[in-house]
Design a protein around this ligand. Structure first.
Ligand SMILES: [Zn+2]
Length: 329
């Protein structure tokens, strides 16, 4: 296709976005969300450029998108260059984005490949440059898979279930009516708060099922809904409600007239808090090591930072010694 689309330097940069469905033939070591058998939504960028430098700039642009995307999921990442023997086959070089999972293992949650002219030579993707000469085009590719969801669930979850950053929570606020006997006023107040939040673009639901409030709390906590609002007769007397944060379990009484503003402020605070907790864990897990022995001891529960001359034999020795993969940062 690129052969048809790229004829002259004026056709570039060419940037294609595609969603990929595919099936993994080797069935060993598949894991839900991390290494799927049936891949349904790899989201990929494929780009074509006139020069090596232009493709390298696109790789940088791709990494910037990764950083911003994971920032919005409140996931801190390490960006590194993969060593020669661990790059994508056919890539000039591979940049990778990794996150730290709870069991102290890293998970590669993105890669950006500079393909140089390796594929354009195979598929004859050439263009006419400004001087009229035929040149091979330079390509890149990068993308995300369901692994971003695995990282989101694992990194933020706690013993009570999911904790979702508000921006990506399908339900951001759940309102629980606390009803004793006559319920008319309480239900009406819940609906008013729901309408006010909806008007501000908040994804909100009133849980008016027949269960006890405690059972409702438990269920919505499990699903990671960032905020719970409780409204009962006692709150109504004070013209207020109780807002409970999923991330910290902190409760506060809030006057009804400022509920929407408070909710939007708390969304920011929750995001910042989830990122801060994850970043602290990541930073604390990075340990400076002086010797391979030290790295071997610590690599199973940490990310070890150690000097490396960049030579392959030394890198492979490190890999053997520590049972870990070296990255260049
Ligand atoms: Zn060396």
């Amino acid at each position: 296709m690129y052969r048809l689309w790229v004829r002259s330097h004026a056709d570039m940069p060419l940037r294609i976005y595609q969603i990929v469905n595919t099936f993994r033939y080797e069935t060993k070591h598949t894991r839900p969300l991390i290494r799927l058998r049936e891949i349904t939504s790899f989201k990929e960028a494929h780009t074509v450029h006139p020069t090596w430098d232009a493709a390298a700039a696109q790789v940088e642009a791709g990494l910037k998108i990764y950083r911003e995307f994971y920032q919005r999921l409140a996931i801190p990442v390490i960006v590194s260059k993969r060593p020669e023997w661990d790059k994508f086959p056919g890539a000039d070089y591979t940049m990778a984005v990794d996150a730290l999972m709870p069991e102290a293992r890293t998970l590669q949650i993105g890669t950006a490949h500079h393909l140089a002219t390796n594929f354009s030579k195979t598929f004859e993707i050439t263009y006419e440059d400004a001087e009229g000469a035929q040149q091979y085009a330079h390509q890149t590719c990068y993308g995300i898979s369901e692994r971003c969801i695995a990282a989101l669930i694992s990194i933020h979850g706690d013993d009570r279930g999911l904790r979702l950053p508000p921006e990506v929570a399908p339900i951001q606020v759940v309102i629980i009516p606390i009803i004793f006997g006559e319920s008319g006023d309480v239900v009406e107040a819940c609906q008013r708060v729901e309408a006010a939040l909806k008007a501000r673009g908040v994804r909100v639901r009133v849980d008016s099922s027949d269960e006890r409030p405690g059972a409702k709390y438990y269920r919505w906590e499990l699903k990671g809904v960032p905020l719970r609002i409780e409204i009962g007769p006692r709150d109504l007397k004070k013209n207020s409600c109780v807002i409970v944060r999923r991330d910290t379990a902190e409760k506060r009484s809030v006057p009804l007239e400022v509920v929407s503003d408070t909710v939007l402020e708390l969304f920011e605070e929750i995001h910042t808090n989830l990122f801060r907790i994850a970043k602290k864990r990541l930073d604390e897990s990075i340990i400076d090591c002086d010797t391979l022995e030290e790295a071997r001891e610590k690599a199973s529960s940490n990310i070890c930072r150690i000097s490396w001359c960049g030579r392959k034999d030394c890198g492979l020795e490190m890999e053997d010694n520590t049972k870990s993969l070296p990255w260049n940062v």
